[in-house]
Design a protein around this ligand. Structure first.
Ligand code: SF4
Ligand code: MSK
Length: 650
């Protein structure tokens, strides 16, 4: 296979792809290449299978059909499909949140001894926000009541999400006016599925409006609940050092990789892997110890709370198995590739599914169902299985790339920007002042997945380097954060690549120029952080006033579509790398790229070139700076050097 360089910017991934080809093992990259050319109708959003009169497809260019059998136009078809993507993304993040609430409730009711409240201050703060009395009330009872109040957000029949009240007054009024204040979580998901049924909503703009409300219920509901309840149960993250990339796996230890999203499982696996009984058992089996590493957002969850190393991001799940050194890959839900079982069949690696929501066909995948009541025992059972599998490892097949990079993770809306003021000025004031005075140009959130349709990590790295070079402080979540961690941008030394204003601040305070804010659900931390920026004063009255932009340069998941919509509907301009599947629908495309400005004060942009995308973001940030009448940048590198950027990793 030619052109390996273009498949990934990561040298460890490149080595493992070579290994895959040597052994004739297929990965997502190979399957993507075999899939070319991919369906043009699908890419443009012009095919529909919503009823049995179809499937239908619209001919965007020639004299073929311009309507489905039912009469649906390109705009109706594309809008319906996009909103079903939002529904899936919102459902995924929100069900994750529901799982954490369930664990908190079980703790409160005394039904599990494996979980406890690790952040009492946050529990009390959320209780106050929910209007729950706490004075003299035992902590377990408070936990149960907070969990019950959070459950109500899912089934809410009246009013709107309580966390949506965190949004600035102006934004909430706008949402009310446009009819998109997010109501009950389950209601919004059901509503999106209903209105996109054949013969319900046929007006593209009305369909999109339902979708926007369904996305807002994710950002200001399901995801925010997931983040807040996780902090209560597992502790609010604090800055912590760790390392990343496949080199974190050890030749002489039992390697366990945990992959998926929900920390209820991964937290227990961390505890089990550190249990002296388990370590002794590993030694009895001839290993020096146990190495636990993560993939995808589960990796981010246990990285930010425990410093557990990360093996890689989304596209590296199969490559981790290809090292030949993984005794067990433990998965729960989301972003778990069906192709994993094919790769594990070539090795001794045991694939362990743990959720009734995520099963694989066949008998060679172990299913050990995880529940909150027996959480630690189940985690130990899984770790034991991995240890016993060490004897089956064929050392002649082991190839672990030696690549690792250091990083600092564990920033939150509560702690991230306080570091800018050091211990003595613990507020958002230093951040706001740095923006106002022109040392920091603005903020950017670069988030999202990997996708073999672009060179792995390259867009994340190129865009992020370009942004920090021009004094934009970047925050990240998900696989984007892992990509930049592998490149060293999440280490304090990454400040050497920042523009003069940002570099000076990072070096003074000792933070990286790119802050890791957690998993995909933790994009809610970015919303809260931006509300704190507004509350601090001096940068406008609404989220759309702040010099900030978002991006998902390598998006893959439907969750990214849901995130994108709640971010734009919150007033933040957002650039996606590859377009949403709507480009064959002229009115839908026009609304996303232009029309949303009038309604929400922000739009999407689609730009595959990460340098051009970064410049779109910087131009937007500059426009917002000008509207706020902020001072010119102290050192305006952008004006001087905007043509000098280069793609990273080719
Ligand atoms: Fe075709 Fe309309 Fe049925 Fe879609 S809903 S498959 S466009 S007939
Ligand atoms: S894990 S949703 S590939 S960021 Fe959250 Fe990564 Fe995207 Fe999954």
């Amino acid at each position: 296979m030619a052109n390996q360089k273009k498949r990934t910017a990561d040298h460890a991934a490149e080595q493992m792809l070579g290994r895959a080809e040597q052994l004739g093992i297929e990965t997502a990259w190979h399957r993507w290449e075999a899939m070319q050319p991919q369906c043009g109708f699908g890419k443009l959003g012009l095919c529909c299978r919503h009823c049995n009169m179809g499937p239908c497809r619209i001919d965007p260019f020639g004299s073929g059909p311009k309507m489905g059998v039912c009469g649906a136009t390109a705009d109706t078809i594309a809008a319906r499909h996009l909103v079903r993507m939002i529904a899936a993304g919102t459902a995924a993040h929100s069900d994750h949140g529901r799982g954490i609430v369930h664990a908190l409730h079980m703790f409160g009711e005394g039904e599990t001894v494996d979980y406890a409240v690790k952040d009492e201050a946050k529990l009390l703060a959320i209780a106050a926000e929910y209007g729950i009395a706490t004075k003299g009330v035992p902590i377990k009872k408070v936990a149960a009541e907070v969990a019950e109040a959070a459950y109500e957000e899912f089934g809410r029949q009246f009013g709107h999400q309580r966390f949506a009240e965190r949004a600035p007054e102006k934004r909430r009024q706008l949402w009310e006016r446009l009819g998109v204040s997010p109501r009950g979580i389950d209601r919004e998901v059901a509503n999106m599925m209903n209105i996109t049924l054949m013969g319900v909503d046929n007006d593209y703009k009305s369909i999109l409006t339902h979708g926007i409300r369904g996305a807002l219920v994710n950002g200001w509901g399901g995801s925010m609940i997931a983040t807040e309840m996780s902090d209560i149960l597992f502790g609010g993250p604090k800055p912590i050092r760790a390392s990343v990339n496949l080199g974190v796996l050890r030749e002489d230890e039992v390697n366990i990789v945990v992959h998926g999203h929900e920390p209820t499982l991964s937290e227990m696996i961390v505890a089990a892997a550190q249990d002296p009984e388990m370590i002794a058992l590993a030694q009895q089996h001839g290993a020096k110890g146990i190495t636990l590493a993560g993939i995808c957002c589960t990796a981010n969850e246990i990285l930010m709370r425990h410093g557990v190393p990360i093996a890689g991001n989304f596209l590296m799940q199969e490559l981790a198995i290809l090292t030949g050194a993984v005794e067990a890959m433990i998965v729960d839900v989301q972003c778990v590739m069906p192709g994993l079982s094919e790769v594990t069949r070539c090795y001794h690696t045991k694939l362990v599914t743990t959720s009734p929501k995520c099963r694989f066909p066949g008998t060679d995948v172990a299913h050990i169902e995880f529940d909150e009541k027996h959480a630690f025992e189940t985690a130990k059972q899984i770790v034991r299985l991995a240890i016993e599998n060490y004897a089956h490892r064929d050392q002649s097949k082991v190839r672990i790339p030696q690549n690792t990079t250091g990083l600092v993770a564990g920033f939150t809306a509560e702690n991230a920007f306080r570091f800018l003021g050091g211990h003595y000025r613990s507020s958002y004031r230093p951040l706001n002042n740095a923006i106002i005075e022109g040392r920091i140009r603005g903020l950017a959130g670069v988030v999202g997945c990997n996708n073999p349709n672009v060179c792995q990590d390259q867009a994340h790295l190129t865009m992020t380097r370009e942004l920090i070079k021009h004094d934009v402080l970047v925050v990240q979540t998900g696989c984007a954060a892992i990509a930049c961690a592998k490149d060293g941008l999440l280490a304090p030394e990454g400040a050497a690549l920042a523009g003069p204003g940002l570099r000076e601040i990072c070096e003074t305070v000792g933070i990286p120029p790119v802050l890791h804010l957690g998993a995909c659900v933790d994009n809610s931390r970015i919303l809260v952080a931006l509300c704190n920026v507004l509350n601090e004063g001096g940068l406008g009255e609404d989220l759309s006033d702040i010099p900030v932009a978002g991006a998902a340069p390598e998006w893959m998941s439907e969750k990214a579509i849901s995130i994108g919509f709640y971010v734009v509907a919150s007033g933040i301009y957002t650039v996606f790398g590859t377009p949403h599947p709507v480009m064959g629908a002229p009115n839908v495309t026009d609304y996303l790229l232009r029309g949303m400005e009038e309604d929400y004060g922000a739009t999407f942009a689609f730009e595959e070139d990460p340098i051009k995308a970064a410049h779109l973001m910087i131009d937007h940030i500059n426009k917002k700076r000008a509207a706020l009448k902020l001072r010119p940048m102290l050192h305006d590198t952008y004006a001087e050097t905007d043509a000098t950027a280069e793609l990273v990793g080719v």
